[in-house]
Design a protein around this ligand. Sequence first.
Ligand code: GLA
Length: 382
Amino acid sequence: MRQPPHVLSGLGLSLIITTLSAQAAGLSAEHKAFGKTNDGTPVEQYILRNSHGLQATVITYGGILQSLMVPGKDGKSEDIVLGFDDVQGYQSGTAYFGATIGRYGNRLANGAFELDGRHYQVPKNDGPNSLHGGPLGFDKRVWKAQPTKSKDSVGVTLTYLSVDGEMGFPGNLKTEVTYSLTENNELRIDYKASTDKPTVLNLTNHSYFNLAGAGNGDVLKQVATLYASQYTPVNATLIPTGELAPVANTPMDFTQPTAIGKNIKADHPQLKFAESKQGGFDFNWVLDAKGDVNKLAADVSDPQSGRRLQLYTSEPGVQFYTGNFLDGTVKGKAGKIYPHWGAFTLETQHYPDSPNQPNFPSTRLDPGKTYTQSVVLKFSAR
Ligand code: GLA
């Protein structure tokens, strides 16, 4: 006969308590089909939920965060990330909505770099430069998935093996990305990678956030704080000049809460490099947290809905991009149109073009070493 819990041994009792607390935590996960790629490869979706109404959907195509439901101060949930309802949207899309980016997030000047005296050429897919790992980067690959669970989170681990020479990069590279959701309203993204030849690597997540809900207008009235006293200025093709420049007295100063639209149209050459007609932000901020994942890196809120996103990262930089290339022609989820400046990204990263910039922190990965990165997105409403 089964014994009632109170007469179980100490070990048995603690086991039961662990199980109960995991259940009481109100976390749940399910996975199901999400259609097929054009060549017939099945794609799955993993839906993670907590008891406070947060719901994250990750798909195995592109390691993409496909949807993120977050309640506002009125309790009403909105999907706050841009994206598509089907795989075909992502396959033909060029904006990297929600995607896991690799091997090299952001730009490599002339699509080239040197490593141990050897020259590597990767495809140029952004004018003279290479962007986000080339035309068939990690965002266009189907990943393997495994559900994960811990005492206080539910998640999914995605893995992808990028073979030696893929998109011009050296080394067989094994990459693992784990999305997990907690009862503290945190969505975590943890990365791990290893290689069998020296290589360069700069992974990120390319979610486009609109805290009022994807497709609900632009983000100009949303208020951002970036804990960064410097940024890396760029040339006309958005390649860093190599300088770390103070944000003080420039439109890049978000050290105090500032409406994203306040200075976006200011007469500043950097803003025009990012968007030649009206201006925009598309730069790497040098985080004061310097890779300390316990220190706040960015804090963005929407005064109207009250939704707030706080970002923590182990990376030294963040690309804050204001959807300058969105032009209202792309139809996203539920047929919604994503307007110009209709979202912002917070792409945690090493600085763009690091392999060609001797003064930037290194993006080199050697055999026997493990690349790691952790990102925490914390949500609340006020
Ligand atoms: C990054 C780049 C931008 C743009 C987007 C994708 O944010 O810095 O210039 O290419 O990705 O559209």
